[in-house]
Ligand binder design. Structure first.
Ligand SMILES: *[C@@H]1O[C@H](CO)[C@@H](O)[C@H](O)[C@H]1NC(C)=O
Ligand SMILES: *[C@@H]1O[C@H](CO)[C@@H](O)[C@H](O)[C@H]1NC(C)=O
Length: 244
């Protein structure tokens, strides 16, 4: 019976190997990819077991940074801090790049990313320079003012669909001054319509094929052993059908 576990163990090993070493992940805190000059941003390298924090490496636009900690705090970001950040630790693959865009402006419409999948949650945040108090905030999509349905201050859509694609900006008052942010173009994609789904299907076909072969091999080994065992005890041979 232990032999029946073999295919599962082999598959487990194969699954771990196919992904290579675990991949580090860079996260932003606060989560907005676009910030204003002077904001504080913390980048964290996570998603793996640390084998020693000294081994952590950070890259900005592909160049190594002199930082070897799991979190990288940028107090008062500058425009030059814009770009792509990656990290890795000993035994992990380089993370996917995470983009940070720093602009010099009075008002900014912040988002976590520019592309969303149908069903994702989307949060828009109207943010003023040095977080000065904002009044009369209005969010616009394609020049149409959005109703403050689920809003306290941020504009939150709990589950996006195609109608949420478009160009967004916000407007608000700092003191008596009315300010308007630049537009941010957001795209909502359908995961089922992407080409990646066909490669997923091939993965499953291959997965079940390999599983089937391993199971067949395993079963035949099992019956061969069974035959040998019962063959050695000639007088107590059982019909094979008993094991089906
Ligand atoms: C970065 O900031 C976070 C929270 O603001 C803090 O917990 C962490 O210790 C800081 N890390 C460094 C390296 O200063
Ligand atoms: C990194 O790349 C971004 C965008 O390409 C650029 O704005 C920024 O100045 C670059 N910074 C450094 C230090 O290379």
């Amino acid at each position: 019976m232990q032999l029946l576990l073999l295919p599962f163990l082999l598959l487990l090993v194969a699954a771990i190997r196919s992904d290579g070493s675990p991949r580090a992940v860079v996260t932003l805190e606060p989560p907005w990819f676009n910030v204003l000059q002077g904001d504080n941003v913390t980048l964290t390298c996570e998603g793996f077991q640390f084998r020693g924090k000294d081994s952590i490496e950070w890259f900005h636009n592909g160049s190594a940074l002199p930082i070897h900690q799991d979190s990288y705090n940028i107090t008062a970001v500058k425009v030059e801090d814009s770009g792509e950040y990656q990290c890795r630790a000993e035994g992990t693959a380089l993370s996917s790049p995470v983009k940070l865009q720093v602009s010099r402006d009075w008002l900014l419409l912040q988002v976590e990313r520019l592309e969303f999948m149908v069903g994702d949650m989307m949060i828009l945040r109207c943010h003023s320079w040095k977080s000065q108090p904002l009044h009369k905030v209005t969010y616009y999509q394609n020049n149409t003012a959005l109703k403050f349905d689920h809003v306290i201050f941020n504009y939150i859509v709990s589950s996006v669909n195609h109608t949420h694609s478009g160009s967004y900006y916000c407007q608000g008052n700092v003191g008596q001054t009315s300010l308007k942010s630049v537009s941010v173009d957001i795209t909502v994609k359908d995961p089922n319509a992407s080409t990646s789904s066909s490669s997923k299907i091939w993965f499953y076909i291959l997965f079940y094929l390999v599983m089937g072969i391993l199971f067949a091999m395993d079963t035949s080994i099992y019956f061969t052993l069974q035959r040998e065992v019962s063959g050695s005890k000639k007088n107590t041979r059982h019909p094979l059908t008993r094991w089906r």
